[in-house]
Design a protein around this ligand. Structure first.
Ligand code: FES
Length: 108
């Protein structure tokens, strides 16, 4: 029995890259995406302070509500969409299997 989840990163419309990640190590979505080679600076180290781990959730299971700190950071970014989240604030959980996200451009 495994508690790995599959996360899909949409790199272009209709083009999704699958990442399989464990849920028992307390990893954040930012950490697994970074480990998979995605170019995320994460200059704040996952403290919801830099915004460089901004993703848009496109589909999948419902996620826990963002904290006030996360919302404040998202609102300060140049682009915020309905699905905007800071991937460093999303701790992987078995419930999140099938989540689809895309990395938001930093220079938008
Ligand atoms: S890593 Fe800095 S806000 Fe997420």
């Amino acid at each position: 029995m495994t508690d790995d989840v599959r996360i899909y990163v949409e790199e272009a419309p209709g083009q999704r890259h699958e990442i399989q990640a464990p849920t028992d190590m307390g990893l954040s979505l930012m950490e697994v995406m970074k480990a998979d080679g995605y170019d995320i600076q994460a200059t704040c180290g996952g403290m919801a302070l830099c915004g460089t781990c901004h993703v848009e959730v496109l589909a999948g299971p419902e996620l826990p509500e963002p904290s006030d700190d996360e919302l404040a950071m998202l609102e300060s970014l140049p682009v915020m969409t309905q699905g905007s989240r800071l991937s460093c604030q999303i701790r992987l959980h078995p419930r999140m299997d099938g989540l689809v996200v895309r990395l938001m451009p930093q220079d938008a």
